[in-house]
Ligand binder design. Structure first.
Ligand SMILES: [Zn+2]
Length: 244
């Protein structure tokens, strides 16, 4: 009985291994903390793509394949600098506190449903994209989950990505799992795993919170070390397990 269980388990594991796309992780490169926080200029490739070389090349291959199936992979957002993220954070913070009258802590909690604290965005790395189907003419905000389900305009796009993106190294980051904490489900946000897995590993080995706590922009004065630690645990590390 025990032996049979063992055989079943090992053969299904072998099958899973054979079917799973291989992620060729590039271990050797070292990234500095400022680079990982979007505070350094990095070399980016492709007009309207703006990714690191390997991620750019893989995206082009994926885009060609999607074209053949009638889908135009269109990047809405890719690399984002620290300064850009700071501007987004401040705008939302002032909107929620000044205009909507929320208290600062509630405003920050609302911001981090979808937006990151500057210095913690995966978009700082040049490996991550928000992507949609450019063939679809869509009214209003394109980065809303309901447009990717039911009879939404991006259902075919999502199905294609589910079936094909990992072959090109792109993995969904903020998956639709009820137990996952941190950022909400983002069916549009994909990460180029061969680069972003080692980058996350190096990122978490550095004391990013000690830098963020000393920053000076609207809202930053309300961060505490405890808040930042749980934010990093939930929002940075509770992601698609394949990307850890
Ligand atoms: Zn994104």
């Amino acid at each position: 009985m025990q032996r049979r269980t063992f055989i079943n388990r090992s053969s299904s594991a072998a099958l899973a291994l054979a079917l799973a796309p291989t992620i060729f992780i590039q271990e050797e490169k070292e990234y500095g903390i400022l680079e990982l926080m979007g505070k350094e200029d990095i070399e980016l490739f492709g007009k309207g793509i703006n990714l690191r070389k390997e991620a750019h090349d893989a995206f082009i291959e994926m885009k060609k394949a999607a074209y053949k199936d009638g889908i135009d992979l269109k990047i809405v957002s890719s690399y984002r600098s620290y300064d850009r993220q700071e501007a987004i954070f401040e705008r939302k913070f002032l909107q929620y506190t000044d205009d909507d009258g929320m208290n600062p802590t509630d405003a920050i909690d609302k911001i981090i449903e979808y937006s990151t604290i500057p210095g913690t965005s995966r978009h700082h790395w040049g490996t991550d994209i928000d992507v949609v189907d450019g063939y679809r003419k869509v009214e209003g905000d394109v980065l809303v989950p309901h447009k990717y389900e039911g009879d939404g305009p991006y259902v075919d796009f999502k199905k294609w990505m589910d079936e094909n993106s990992e072959t090109y190294g792109f993995y969904l980051v903020y998956t639709n799992e009820p137990k996952r904490r941190g950022f909400k489900y983002e069916p549009w946000h994909y990460s180029y795993a061969p680069l972003s897995i080692p980058m996350l590993e190096q990122y978490r080995s550095k004391n990013v919170a000690s830098i963020i706590i000393r920053e000076d922009y609207y809202g930053a004065e309300h961060f505490t070390m405890n808040f930042l630690k749980s934010y990093i645990q939930n929002n940075i590390l509770d992601i698609n397990r394949k990307l850890l």
